[in-house]
Write a protein of this length. Structure first.
Length: 139
């Protein structure tokens, strides 16, 4: 039996941070996400990722480690964050990372036609900027 609803989009990615200012600088200054005005609390920073579904903006929320909220245990199971970019922008992304002194790696996923450019944020979370291009798809 199928559920009586369908997931339409990613709503939010939320990360607990040891150093909120460094993390906010990385996502704002390095990745260029737009910081949202206002906040639910002074120890939370929100960034706009993209327009979502039904008027809900897709966002990245950065929480100070001691901020109250959902409890996921002592160690989160977060594997990585992937944000979609245009394939044509990926060379510029790699050049930008090099200018900023960031290390990165590139992976190809031919079965779906994706290329991911991976780096880490200041707290060690893996961040992938991923793009689709038909030429990358396995035959």
């Amino acid at each position: 039996m199928s559920p009586p609803f369908k997931i339409r989009a990613l709503g939010e990615i939320a990360i607990r941070c040891d150093d909120l200012a460094r993390m906010a600088a990385f996502y704002g200054d390095i990745l260029g996400l737009e910081r949202m005005v206002g906040s639910a609390a002074p120890n939370i920073v929100f960034f706009r990722i993209a327009e979502g579904f039904g008027g809900h903006t897709q966002i990245l929320a950065l929480f100070e480690k001691d901020a109250q909220g959902p409890v996921t245990g002592a160690a989160s199971s977060l594997h990585h964050i992937a944000l979609t970019v245009r394939y044509a922008d990926q060379d510029a992304i790699m050049a930008w990372y090099e200018e900023q002194g960031l290390t990165y790696r590139v992976e190809h996923f031919g079965w779906v036609g994706w290329r991911g450019v991976f780096t880490t944020d200041p707290e060690g979370n893996t961040v992938e900027l991923v793009a689709y291009d038909a030429s990358l798809k396995d035959a």
